[in-house]
Design a binder for this molecule. Structure first.
Ligand SMILES: *[C@@H]1O[C@H](CO)[C@@H](O)[C@H](O)[C@H]1NC(C)=O
Ligand SMILES: *[C@@H]1O[C@H](CO)[C@@H](O)[C@H](O)[C@H]1NC(C)=O
Ligand SMILES: *[C@@H]1O[C@H](CO)[C@@H](O)[C@H](O)[C@H]1NC(C)=O
Length: 485
């Protein structure tokens, strides 16, 4: 049996402390664990319902480098002689399978991961209890579904822009005194105006869904930044993406966005008329479909993004990487923490949604981890700078962004747009601002902690009124343009 190195002991302690107040505690069973086939029964109880089977997700410690077969054999889940299948999850950009998951016909075992090695397994609670003590395993938890951070039923298809404007860049070009070229877009959705002006919007009779607001941005904002959209896929053929959006990973066989959520979020980041950062490269990571999202897909998807980021990092045109994740659940999940921690350690920035339960954001994954690692947890505000009634709040919300009546690209066709509500819609606005700031501040390129400080420092202060007992951020995202358009 291996012994733990000091490093990984320290890491485990950090994780236990960081999630101690909120992490799910597995029901403890006092059964003695025996390796399958090792002789005696597993349970003291004669009632098998006392020791039920569940699906678990386990993450290996960094210093466990042995082949999977050796690891499972030692744990008693012998994979020798079992049927082993390779599933490609990478969407081929090069013609070669770029990301694999391997499944075995033993206990539903599936293995994956390069930066963080992980596996799923179907086993009894008593077996899980024993596995918790295994020094090779740094995190073990029940597999749990995630949710889209959009308000159900809030989607409203909107009348499209005039055909002559669709996907066509026709904005007013202006120059500042320092020769910086900036742009004013006159047919923007309200959320873009709000993050490029200093005061509350006076709607002057306009509806929040009207495309009659003004957005100001630097002409090259976000140019060349890689944004990884961890979501339902992207309608990459939408004219508004101008070929800048591509899929790179799918947990499923398919890459299309059958939900619409991912296309909408990607649009708020990058679409020509609805996006904050109109020059970024979008990389679609499909972790969910119409049946929902599961935790292993998120770990595998972000793992694939980290691998690509590490390859891009050394290339001359690398401008930085941002993860946008408008997905979550309660309570906080250790697997979310582990994979996002790996991402920020690799120098990736991340913006996540605070979720929509109108309660303390510290009870939700992955946003609660914004207190331990430099990811930015985003709540939602409306056009009157009021916290959206559905938005989570409190000290685990770092910043607010527009998240009510947000118009963006949709999955109905190549020109379709829709209005949606949710912290799902607020998170990508912050993602876009991070991308813009990466271009303006090359020193922050691989420093998510300094970037987070910078973004919070640029935010408008005291704008969002704390209308509840839990005080928290009153910050509203802003790109720093002076005055109002
Ligand atoms: C994925 O599996 C295929 C087929 O077994 C193999 O050719 C390929 O090299 C693997 N790719 C990676 C990234 O491991
Ligand atoms: C914002 O305030 C205006 C004026 O008070 C009101 O008419 C409008 O309904 C408010 N909008 C939202 C989304 O609350
Ligand atoms: C796309 O869908 C919208 C809304 O359903 C519709 O108004 C529009 O005509 C469609 N466009 C095309 C090109 O099919």
């Amino acid at each position: 049996m291996k012994t733990l190195s000091l490093l990984s002991t320290a890491l485990i302690i950090t994780i236990l402390q960081s999630t101690a107040s909120t992490a799910p505690t597995a029901t403890k069973y006092k059964h003695q664990w025996r390796r399958p086939g090792a002789g005696s029964v597993v349970s003291h109880s004669t009632n098998p319902n006392d020791d039920p089977y569940h699906d678990y997700i386990a993450i290996l410690s960094d210093d466990e480098v042995r082949p999977w077969g050796d690891i499972f054999d030692e744990m008693g889940f012998s994979t020798q002689g079992s049927t082993k299948k390779t599933h490609s999850l990478g969407v081929s950009l090069s013609g070669k399978p770029s990301y694999n998951m391997t499944s075995y016909d033993v206990s539903g075992i599936r293995t994956f991961g390069k930066n963080l090695r992980a596996f799923t397994i179907h086993m009894r609670e008593s077996e899980a209890e024993a596995m918790e003590d295994n020094p090779s395993i740094i995190s073990l938890e029940r597999s749990q579904k995630r949710e889209w951070a959009v308000v159900p039923g809030s989607a409203k298809i909107q009348p499209p822009l005039p055909p002559a404007d669709q996907g066509v860049r026709r904005f007013e070009i202006r120059k500042r005194q320092d020769a910086q070229v900036w742009v004013q877009q006159g047919n923007a959705p309200w959320n873009l105006q709000r993050l490029s002006c200093q005061h509350r919007i006076d709607a002057k009779g306009r509806l929040p869904t009207d495309l009659k607001y003004n957005y100001r941005f630097e002409q090259d904002a976000g140019k060349g930044v890689d944004v990884y959209v961890v979501d339902s896929g992207i309608n990459v053929d939408h004219v508004e993406f101008q070929g800048r959006a591509r899929m790179m990973f799918s947990y499923f066989g398919k890459v299309d966005d059958d939900v619409g959520h991912g296309t909408h979020c990607a649009g708020t980041i990058a679409a020509l008329h609805y996006g904050v950062a109109k020059n970024v490269n979008i990389w679609g990571i499909k972790v969910g479909d119409s049946n929902g999202v599961n935790g292993e897909a998120i770990v595998a998807g972000i793992d694939a993004a980290i691998t690509r980021h590490n390859q891009r990092k050394t290339q001359p045109d690398f401008m930085g990487s941002v993860i946008s994740m408008s997905i979550g659940t309660a309570p906080p999940q250790q697997s979310d923490f582990m994979i996002l921690q790996k991402a920020v350690q690799a120098g990736m920035h991340a913006s996540v949604a605070a979720m929509n339960s109108a309660t303390d954001a510290c009870n939700f994954s992955p946003g609660a981890f914004s207190q331990q690692i430099p990811i930015i947890n985003v709540g939602a505000a409306d056009i009157n700078d009021t916290r959206a009634a559905f938005s989570n709040f409190g000290k685990c919300v770092d910043i607010y962004a527009p998240g009510v009546s947000i118009v963006s690209t949709f999955n109905n066709n190549a020109t379709g747009i829709a209005s949606l509500d949710g912290t799902s819609m607020a998170c990508p606005a912050v993602t876009g601002i991070i991308a813009d700031e990466l271009v303006r501040n090359p020193k922050l390129r691989l420093d998510p902690a300094a970037m987070k400080k910078h973004i919070l420092g640029k935010a408008l202060k005291g704008v969002i009124k704390p209308d509840n007992v839990l005080t928290g951020a009153e910050l509203l995202i802003n790109n720093g343009f002076p005055g109002d358009p």
